[in-house]
Design a protein around this ligand. Structure first.
Ligand SMILES: Nc1ncnc2c1ncn2[C@@H]1O[C@H](COP(=O)(O)OP(=O)(O)OP(=O)(O)O)[C@@H](O)[C@H]1O
Ligand SMILES: CC(C)(CO)[C@@H](O)C(=O)NCCC(=O)O
Ligand SMILES: [K+]
Length: 256
């Protein structure tokens, strides 16, 4: 069985893949100081809680936080006796190499999303991922990552308003009933929600125009369904796109 680990700047997600389906998905906040033993205690408790029969033989890691990789390598070696594949490292091959400026380090999560989306939908795609940042990844006809856009994440934008303005409270994103807010919270909700819908649609439209070929828009990440309610331009939403991409990259490296 494969343990797929997706480490974002905010959250770290573990999923167990038995070759057919994901048996479970576990989520914790990302902390660079978490030790291998601490990962295992958390992991083992939840696996027992769900009563899943697990036999991990392989581990693959995508991490946007370089510092956490060391402890995850120790975790993998100590508890499963295996050397993990780490996306972005030379020993982890990608089905198609990215085409970007020389010396650019593409976020591993974007490379993984590209592989997952190409496997399911073929080329000519925009992948929109709502995480700490909102990323737009352009997947070319042959499955190569060829660039995109990085915007501040939704929760980051809300956090920034609260941090910078004394009178603005900490709130969660939600779709407001009206565009014209009549209290502070509704005004903030309107600005962030409709501002974001405009950002998503504006960037996707401009990418399509510049790309010059019809494209499908694939969305992923916890907040995508919310923006769909504001008529964002997504063609499909896929909850498990990053995890799927990790299984695709793992299979590709095993076959080779
Ligand atoms: N309506 C909502 N308001 C606020 N947060 C939400 C809402 N719906 C989902 N979320 C949160 O959004 C987050 C989305 O998770 P996702 O894995 O997509 O990104 P992330 O973990 O925050 O970012 P990263 O992958 O960069 O660490 C989850 O923590 C989820 O609890
Ligand atoms: C943009 C984030 C933070 C999104 O998780 C991540 O993909 C990242 O750190 N990227 C590095 C820069 C780049 O992708 O061009
Ligand atoms: K993510």
């Amino acid at each position: 069985m494969l343990l797929a680990i997706d480490c974002g700047n905010t959250n770290t997600v573990f999923s167990i893949w038995d070759g057919q389906e994901f048996l479970c998905t576990l989520r914790t906040s990302t902390h660079h100081a978490r030790t291998a033993d601490a990962y295992f205690t958390w992991y083992y408790t939840l696996v027992k809680h769900y009563g899943i029969e697990v036999d991990i033989t392989d581990v693959i890691i995508s991490s946007t936080v370089p510092r956490v990789v060391f402890n995850l390598r120790v975790f993998s070696d100590r508890f499963f006796g295996c050397r993990p594949l780490v996306v972005g490292k030379p020993e982890c091959r990608l089905p198609v190499e990215p085409r970007v400026d020389a010396g650019t380090q593409v976020g591993p999560d974007r490379l993984v999303n590209t592989a997952g989306a190409f496997d399911r939908h073929g080329g000519n795609l925009i992948v929109v991922d709502f995480g700490t940042a909102t990323t737009f990844d352009v997947v070319a006809h042959d499955g190569a990552y060829v660039g995109g856009a990085i915007a501040p994440g939704v929760n980051l934008s809300l956090e920034a308003l609260h941090t910078a303005a004394a009178a603005l409270p900490h709130i969660d994103v939600a779709k407001p009933d009206r565009v014209i807010g009549t209290n502070t919270v509704d005004c903030m909700r309107s600005g962030v929600f409709w501002g974001y819908v405009g950002l998503i649609n504006g960037i996707c439209d401009r990418i399509k125009e510049e790309y010059g070929h019809p494209m499908k828009v694939v969305s992923t990440g916890g907040l995508a369904p919310l923006f769909q309610q504001g008529h964002a331009v997504f063609d499909v939403f896929e909850d498990d796109l990053t995890m799927h991409g990790l299984t695709v990259i793992h299979d590709y490296n095993k076959e080779g």
